[in-house]
Structure formats: C-alpha cells, structure tokens
Ligand binder design. Structure first.
Ligand SMILES: [Zn+2]
Length: 289
C-alpha cells in the first residue's frame, strides 16, 4: 500500500475488528443469556457492510476476529470480508472468556471456531483474540493450546490495569510467550504517561476520549519505540440505532452507548492519519497471500 500522502507513512499499523453483535459483548452477559441471542434483532451484517465500505474508501486492509457463532449464521458475510482482501481470524465460538473455560473446553472452542471459519471463508485462519482480552496471568496455558491447535499468533493481552481484563506488567510490544517456538502474542497498544501505562488501542477508550489521545498514544507509545500500533473496534460501535438493552448498569450503558454517532467519522480520521494493514501482513513473515 502506498505510504505517500499519509501523515505517518513509515510504520504500518494493525487495524482489527472484533466481529460480534451489540448483545454479545461481555458487559451484557448478566442481562442476556446466550440462548436468547437467536431471538434478538441482529445488526451485525449491516454494520460489517458499513465497515467494509469505510475500509474500501480509505484503502485499508484489516484483520476481522470473528465469532464462530457469527460465521455459522452469516457465512456469506464472512466470505465477503475475505474476498475484500481482509484477514479472517478467530474470536472463539460464542464469546466465552478464557477465564471461564478450563483447558479442555478452551481447546475445543478454538479448534471448532478455526475449523468453521476456514471452511466458511476458504482461507487459513492463523490468529486468535480472546473474548474481552481475557488472556490473563491465570490463563497463561492458553498460548500453548493455541500453538498446538495451529494458530500462529494471539492478540489477546491488554497490558494495562482494568476492572475486567489485562496483564499490567506484560510486554507492550509483540513477544514470544512460548520458548523455542515462533508463536507470537501481539498486545493491544498502550503508552506511558507519568510512569503509568494507558490504553490507546481502541474500544471504548477511542470512542469516549478525544481523538488526540489515541493519535498521541500511537506516536509516542508505539512509533517512538519502532513498533506498529494495534487498534481494535466493534461493528456495533458505528451503529447509533442499535436497540437499547434494559437492565444494564449505568457504567455499562455509558461505556456501550456514548458517542456511537460520532464514531464513524472519528475512525475515518484515524484511518487517514496512519498507515494500516492486516495483522498477518505485519507480524508474520509468510502471509500466505
Ligand atoms: Zn469480543
């Protein structure tokens, strides 16, 4: 991809999308059971279409960490993502946190989701992202299982302190968690301010905080150290018309519904300000393209 005309043309950064619907996020778990998912109005297809159109306008390729549950119900959508030149990767089957699974269940989950995604999209699946960045210190065994199941990398660690996730002292740059193997963990981007690690890799932080927070964090936290940034968002974050879920806490409602209407324009700005590519093209030597 040509770097000319881009503000930060030097380093290609990883753009990633976690493909799940508005009712599948972990924060809604307490009010919506998985058995109810099929009965809820689904908005993921139209939102992914908008994301694909946005990426096409900006000439960006990205990695789509997709739920097996979604691939089973919307196979044509998954094929469209792959056909547009994006990477298909796994977000597990049904958004169970790693911390809620034992090693055997986890193995089954990552094996099945990879198989379904590969069969649906007709492309190899080499990346995995845990639901809610739930690869924590307690679930370190997950890396070994992912490598054994044929994955080449994971992007499941948020190296910050947060009420729901994170390994606060994990490396901020990509690292090899398994000695003697090429398996990679690619953490979400952070930067340091007054000795504190702060997130700048997307999600609610991008939507809730001013744009400059993320742009500054990418330049100072990643590029100043010579690393690509890793950024993520969800298709429902550009959907101000999604049904409101009742019974959630004030904090969850604030985190989930604030600034949805502004998100697409903000993303467009970010896509134009930096160079972006899919995870495998940046972090794996042989991309298989
Ligand atoms: Zn997710």
């Amino acid at each position: 991809m040509a770097a000319s005309g881009k503000q930060d043309g030097g380093i290609a950064n990883a753009m990633t999308v976690d493909v799940e619907d508005y009712f599948q996020v972990s924060a809604m778990e307490s009010v919506i059971r998985r058995e109810q998912w099929d009965a809820l109005p689904c908005r993921v297809e139209r939102n992914v279409e908008r994301v694909l159109a946005l990426f096409e306008r900006k000439g960006v390729r990205a990695t789509f960490f997709t739920l097996g549950w979604i691939a089973e119900r919307y196979p044509a959508m998954v094929r469209r993502i792959a056909e547009a030149g994006h990477e298909i990767a796994s977000h597990g089957m049904a958004h169970f946190r790693v911390t809620a699974q034992d090693p055997d269940r986890f193995r089954e989950d990552v094996r099945r989701s990879r198989q379904i995604l590969e069969e649906t999209a007709g492309v190899p699946v080499r990346g995995y992202r845990a639901a809610s960045f739930s690869l924590t210190r307690e679930t370190g065994w997950a890396h070994e299982i992912l490598a054994e199941e044929g994955y080449a990398y994971s992007s499941s660690v948020y190296p910050i302190r947060h009420d729901h996730y994170g390994i606060p002292d994990a490396p901020r740059a990509p690292y090899r968690p398994l000695a003697g193997t090429a398996f990679l963990e690619v953490p979400i981007s952070t930067f340091e301010l007054f000795g504190r690690r702060l997130p700048c890799g997307g999600g609610g932080y991008f939507r809730l905080f001013p744009y400059v927070w993320t742009a500054h964090g990418i330049r100072r936290g990643s590029h100043a150290k010579g690393h690509p940034a890793v950024f993520y968002f969800h298709p429902w974050e550009i959907d101000p018309c999604q049904p409101r879920i009742r019974g959630t806490s004030l904090r969850t409602r604030f985190r989930h519904y604030t600034n949805l209407a502004r998100m697409e324009r903000k993303l467009e700005r970010l896509l134009g300000a930096f160079r972006w590519d899919r995870m495998d093209a940046i972090f794996l030597r042989a991309t298989g393209d």
